[in-house]
Ligand binder design. Structure first.
Ligand code: ATP
Ligand code: MG
Length: 221
């Protein structure tokens, strides 16, 4: 079983998230993609992050028509700050070692991987699918990946036979994938709502409706 994982704050979920999950799923023939909303993001000002429940409600509305997409509440149940290393250990226990994991992330997140807890160990537990994020590295290559990695682990990697992936000594790969560029971010969406601007066509219409009805993001949190 090949399982994609898309971790994020999803504050709110938008078409950028949904599209990278769908492109990763079809390109890598994934059996499903787990959307994992974090409890407290370690690298964001958590006071600005909405409570879990409305974030999950919006995710439910956003993925309900895609039978390959699921929500996992493991980070919410664990509480505290959400570290990928702990999430991967839990997923391996849950799905068994025969499950092959693919962690999907934008290039903006990948270039900061050196700040993640126990980043060295992550590459022994999962493959990575790094996708293009407008405004960040848009031309992805094995060379880009090797240069983005912290120097203390770059020797653990080598170029792979496929030009757009690098191979870790564990056997897991980091794939670089040029996905459709969608310049959408949750930060921009929250600011638009705060200023009374439209977010139509950037976000699934049911999520847009939910934000309107519950008056989310109308005041700064
Ligand atoms: P915020 O502005 O609050 O940080 P965001 O739009 O970046 O929100 P996150 O929940 O932080 O969304 O992102 C989760 C993951 O999805 C990250 O790996 C991020 O790189 C990726 N991602 C988010 N939006 C896009 C996009 N438009 N294109 C490609 N990747 C994206
Ligand atoms: Mg982000």
């Amino acid at each position: 079983m090949k399982i994609g994982i898309l971790g994020g704050t999803f504050n709110p979920v938008h078409f950028g998230h949904l599209r990278i999950a769908e492109e990763a799923r079809t390109d890598f023939d994934l059996d499903k993609v787990l959307f994992i909303p974090c409890h407290i993001p370690p690298h964001k000002n958590h006071r600005q992050v909405l409570a879990p429940q409305p974030r999950v409600e919006m995710l439910k509305l956003a993925i309900k028509d895609n039978p390959f997409f699921e929500i996992s509440d493991i980070e919410l149940n664990r509480k505290g700050k959400s570290y990928l290393i702990e999430t991967l250990h839990e997923l391996i226990v849950l799905h068994g070692s025969s499950a092959e994991l693919f962690f999907i992330m934008g290039s903006d997140s990948f270039i900061e991987i050196g700040a993640w807890r126990e980043y060295q160990k992550l590459f022994y537990l999962t493959n990575f699918i790094v996708v293009t994020r407008p405004g960040f590295a848009e031309e992805l290559s094995g060379h880009f990946a090797l240069n983005s990695l912290p120097v203390d682990i770059s020797d653990d990697f080598c170029y792979d036979s496929q030009p757009c992936s690098i191979l870790h000594s564990s056997g897991f790969k980091t794939h670089l994938v040029k996905t459709t560029l969608l310049e959408i971010s949750s930060t921009d969406l929250r600011q638009k709502v705060l200023k009374g601007k439209s977010i139509k066509y950037l976000i699934p219409c049911e999520v847009e409706k939910f934000i309107k009805e519950t008056e989310l993001y109308k005041t700064k949190i």
